[in-house]
Design a protein around this ligand. Structure first.
Ligand SMILES: Nc1ncnc2c1ncn2[C@@H]1O[C@H](COP(=O)(O)OP(=O)(O)OP(=O)(O)O)[C@@H](O)[C@H]1O
Length: 270
């Protein structure tokens, strides 16, 4: 593990999460230790039900840990905040607002106190332009495709200028081609904005293509971090070139070995 200060933008220390259920206490996560550097792209991967979303929700501040601590920029994470924007799999847009309106709502929440109406509108326009959706600004979610909805979700998150972008299987519900296109767009956006990203995924290729670090979780209950893989492929990354790259294939194999050999079978991964 690295030791310099910059590697500790998000700190997860001795985190344990136990849920109260009708059948008693359920230990979801135990002994989670993880540092994430500013500007780092981290994927959380593991079999279905191991606790990936639980860990992401803890970083988002949507849940509090049973024990241990989470810090962002040296401050304890005590609840959700605009510096940690979340993109969910099902894009969670408000159906009665246009794409523009959905993004603008987030912009207002963060910047309304300090900026003029024109500045807020410019921010909204810029976020939609960043994901290539200027042409669909006045459409409602029901009038656009799944991939476009997911782009609006990403625009909404980015419009808040978050320090951290948290993504829970952001491309999970999309067809393979749309998914690839959005992954490439995300690579470009993250390179431009230097965002810190934590992304939950089931997809081995997605994890290797996008990440600096792949955090592999063991199977639950009481899941923990089994292994952290540092992906040192040069950026910008091109999926077509990487398909034949031996280093890429090595990373891919390491994740597959972890998931299928060391953590056994489970239906949903890769
Ligand atoms: N609020 C809750 N109450 C009780 N149990 C919960 C709660 N949230 C999650 N769990 C349990 O904790 C475990 C981890 O769930 P989580 O959703 O984090 O897994 P996951 O790795 O994200 O799964 P998937 O890949 O299928 O989305 C599961 O067994 C789940 O049933």
């Amino acid at each position: 593990m690295h030791t310099s200060l910059s590697t500790k933008f998000i700190e997860i220390q001795d985190v344990e999460q136990t849920f109260k259920t009708a059948k008693g206490l359920f230990p979801a996560l135990r002994d989670i230790q993880l540092n994430i550097a500013k500007g780092e792209f981290v994927s959380l991967i593991g079999h279905s039900g191991c606790g990936k979303s639980t860990l992401l929700n803890l970083i988002a501040g949507l849940t509090v840990p049973t024990s241990g601590a989470l810090l962002c920029a040296n401050k304890e994470i005590k609840g959700p905040g605009p510096e940690r924007a979340v993109v969910f799999q099902n894009h969670s847009l408000l159906p009665w607002l246009t794409c523009w309106g959905n993004v603008h709502l987030a912009v207002e929440r963060v910047f309304a106190k300090r900026e003029t109406k024109a500045q807020l509108a410019a921010r909204t326009d810029a976020a939609l332009a960043m994901v290539g959706l200027t042409h669909a600004a006045q459409k409602r979610p029901g009038e656009i495709s799944g991939g476009m909805k997911q782009r609006v979700g990403i625009a909404r998150a980015l419009s808040m200028e978050p320090q951290v972008l948290l993504m829970d299987e952001p491309f999970g519900a999309l067809d393979a081609l749309t998914r690839a296109k959005l992954q490439d767009e995300l690579l470009e956006i993250v390179a431009r904005t230097q965002s810190t990203v934590v992304m939950v995924t089931h997809d081995v290729d997605e994890a290797v293509l996008l990440s600096d670090k792949i955090v592999m979780l063991t199977n639950g209950p009481a899941a923990t971090i089994g292994e952290v893989l540092h992906v040192e492929l040069a950026r910008p990354r091109c999926r077509v070139e990487l398909a034949e790259d031996l280093q890429y294939q090595g990373y891919r194999k390491a994740v597959i070995d972890f998931l299928y050999t060391r953590q056994g079978h489970v239906e949903k991964a890769a």
